[in-house]
Design a protein around this ligand. Sequence first.
Ligand code: DOR
Length: 303
Amino acid sequence: PVDLTTQLAGITLRNPIVTCSGTYGFGEEYAPYCPVDSLGGITLKGITPLPRLGNPVPRLAETPAGLLNSVGLENPGLEEFLKTYLPKVRQLPTEVIANISGFSLEDYVQLAQALQKDSGLAALEVNISCPNVKHGGMHFGTDPGSAEEVISAVKAATDLPVIAKLSPNVTDIVAMARAAQRGGADVLSLINTLLGMQIDIHQQRPVLANTFGGLSGPAIKPVALRMVWQVFAAVDLPIIGMGGIVTWQDAVEFLLAGATAVSIGTGNFVNPQAPLEILRGITDYCRQRGVASVGDLVGLAHS
Ligand code: DOR
């Protein structure tokens, strides 16, 4: 049998398949379609200190190759998360990664302080890359100095492993990855969504109420893969690869480029069985090629 177990900053995942923040909610609504215990882990919807309703609708639009969203971090807020969601989340039979977002350094620190190992979480993903909120968020993900500062503040505030989630809306992804590493990140996840837009030619105005949104799905896969490749070559940290992974072949490409784990986002919406099918495909690929452990694939295309 193929060894599927995957190590990420001291966490052992039963396999390298995780789900992206924003696509599996807090682990409830999706579970009937894809049993949680078949996944290496799930990443929860991003939380902020205070509850948020998110951006005005319409805030979702489909394009032929991907999905545009400008959700704007709708979430119940820290207090409600701790009271209502965390007790259920910690019962889930998989590793659970919480995702935190903020508008200031203090926001991130407050969230990180509230989430520790004894919360029953596996790790903290720091979202410095949401493209959909004005006044904050993005500058942490596009300016290396700010990224380093916020990651090191989070790192000092929690005993959980820290994952820095990077934005593709930069010209130098390696500089951002290095900044996150200097801040003390244990793992990097990349990529968040790519800023885009759509125009309704009948109404002659932008489809999204917010004008712009983050593009996800197959359209961004080559960009994500290129960034994983570059970061793997330059920075010695494990990578969770994401961005347009829909098939098992996509996932194998990310592993070969240097991702230690792969995360499924938009693919879940198109095919709720996607994570299961991807896991099966990776396993068969390893078996057919005589690869004993999925870890042996990581970064193989570089050599
Ligand atoms: O595309 C995204 N949408 N990325 C994020 O980080 C957050 C999310 C949202 O809520 O807008």
